[in-house]
Write a protein that binds this ligand. Sequence first.
Ligand SMILES: Nc1ncnc2c1ncn2[C@@H]1O[C@H](COP(=O)(O)OP(=O)(O)OP(=O)(O)O)[C@@H](O)[C@H]1O
Length: 324
Amino acid sequence: MDDRITFDEAKKRYTNRIVDDVTFGVDAGQCLGLLGPNGAGKTTSIYMMTGLISRNHGKVIYGNNDLNDTSLSDLSLGYCSQYDSLWKLLTVKETIQFYLNVCGYPKKDIPYYTKALIEACGIENHTNKKVSEISGGTKRKLSLIIAICSSPSYLILDEPSAGMDPFTRRYMWKLISQLKKVRETSTILTTHSTEEAEALCDRIAILIKGNLVCIDTPNSIKMNQSNHYVLEVFTDNPEEFEEYYINRCNLFGLDQTNTNSDKKQYNVESSFNHQKYTVEMKTQNIANVFSVMEEAKEKGHISQYNFGQYSLEQVFIDFVNDSK
Ligand SMILES: Nc1ncnc2c1ncn2[C@@H]1O[C@H](COP(=O)(O)OP(=O)(O)OP(=O)(O)O)[C@@H](O)[C@H]1O
């Protein structure tokens, strides 16, 4: 049972507290990324922001408008849901024309803007295909077109790049970035890709079990873990490598007098001939790691290695592990 289900004494009923008291904001022309593991409450947050589900308490404000007292139709809001909700029998062109019509574009301009949006997303070859005949990635692009076709002031995207190939994803990043710049759109998006978050977002909020555990710029989030490093090693003798280099040579320069603690001072993930160490160590020891690894390579004890600071993905994984 979800331990967030609680009994509401006042209303005499059980409530499922999926998202706790979270507060965040986005400036004009900025993008906020909501990162979180499955079931963290990202989509639920978005449903509350877009008024698709009700809230027990809290406020959602767009500019000077409180969502409680504002009709969604009065907001310049674009929304791309996690699941594509498109009419299967319409063609790509007809779908875009329909939404441009709803957005109030003058009839004479609709063909021009339809063509421009189709070209901007690179789906010219699918123009006259029915929605039922296009691929998942193209459906995603069409959903994005619908969300942005009114050049909204506020844009909410739930996993916009899910199912897109890396090339298409970059195309989409460009489109969202242009909208941010040209239209000063405030964007909130959810994603599972730290690469996407770094490419698009001015700030990142990490949501875990309905709580915000961190909100900052991608660089600041990484800098907070600036003494955390990752060493990846390819070797045919992982046990010998660990025994000799990590323990006997104290590769990471760890405090070996601290023998009372049960907690290992580094973590290791092993697979076949690949060892991945994550470690918190002093910056002064960086040069030592490089020189010892070069030596190990020369002696043939390892075939290759990779050493560097934590990536955003690693920081995110740590947040999730710490919350377990
Ligand atoms: N209609 C519902 N009724 C009750 N609980 C729900 C409902 N929809 C979602 N939940 C629960 O709310 C929690 C958060 O779900 P949500 O879809 O917001 O997560 P998410 O962060 O978007 O996950 P994902 O990355 O998998 O899309 C989950 O534990 C889920 O089981």
